[in-house]
Design a protein around this ligand. Sequence first.
Ligand SMILES: *Cc1c(COP(=O)(O)O)cnc(C)c1O
Length: 393
Amino acid sequence: MYVYSARQIRERLQLFQEAFSSPASTVCFAVKSNSSLAILRLLAQSGAGFDIVSGGELERVRRADKAALKRVVFSGAGKQVWEIDAALKAGILLFNVESEAELELLARRAEAAGVRARFALRVNPDVFADTHPYISTGLREHKFGIDIGLARAIYRKAAKSKWLEPAGVSVHIGSQIRTVDPFAAAVKRVADLVLELRRDGHSIHYLDAGGGLGIDYNDRLDRPHFDAAKKVRDYSAAVLRATAGLDAHLLLEPGRFVVAQAGALLTRVLFVKQNGAKTFVITDAAMNDLIRPALYQAHHEILPVVRRGKSQAVVDVVGPVCESGDFFARDREMQRSAPGDLLALLDAGAYGMAQSSNYNTRTRPAEVLVEGDKARLIRRRETLKDLLAGEIL
Ligand SMILES: *Cc1c(COP(=O)(O)O)cnc(C)c1O
């Protein structure tokens, strides 16, 4: 079961909203990091906009809060016709366009719908960000965005279409980035481009700085605490310095930073097994529920829900899935576990449930949102019937 703290999600959003209150800005939560409807609604009601990457995510925002559709930006390198059509119809704020071919398609679909499409080019600033290679996106070798050197010519061409409205420039250099310097460098390049585009006669109003601010996955109650407020202050200072005097409306797209530390995955110990020198704690959760350790070699702190004495053991915490990559921790020193114990995998609120699957025909966990002293089920545990519902014999 995933458990989330409503208060922490609200607090993290507010940190961003306050740090970017002047000049005017919109914080567009990255839906892909946690797309549960109840969490999207909570964020929408706190004034968030949304960064979406699919027509499915657009539908989620609509269900969560229709009024938030006008605060949606649509990112992603492979938008399909139906997705573009749905977003045009919904009247979203901005399309973040990632190729010339996509821009041409957007113009055709806007013409068919009889509306003008506001767009930003997602430029690739060629900035290196030190993170896991799978979640680094800001180098020329990556599939994302358009080479920043080609942008002016594309805006010039696009401005000739009466169905396209050049309205912004966007950038997103990756995820789980721990220092602010790469953000500052990327946003500075984008700000310079905005000035050039304005000199070329385009009225560029939006600067979308993307998401990617990292958290500390080693954070624990018994160590000096991760200072989220300071992190956001440093980040906003760097972004605001790079955009000083630009008079642009900033868009921010944090995902992980808002929800990661607000969520934990609770799992029960099934067996404790000894193989040679190794001790394996086998849990009822697996890589299909939380894939980050297997996919990114990510670290999650694991705490026993009930603390019992001081007896420690060095163990691997693993799930039941038939892959050696199905582990949550390796050679980790923690409280000695017994079957039936509950463990909490911390900082699992982002890219946890959102990346879960039914691999090994496993039903996915329930989700619970804690508000003050109340806990509310926001997604029931999947049943075998749910799993088989779409299949045809
Ligand atoms: C994934 C993504 C984000 C969010 O990244 P986080 O690291 O979760 O903040 C923002 N914008 C775009 C375009 C993305 O692809």
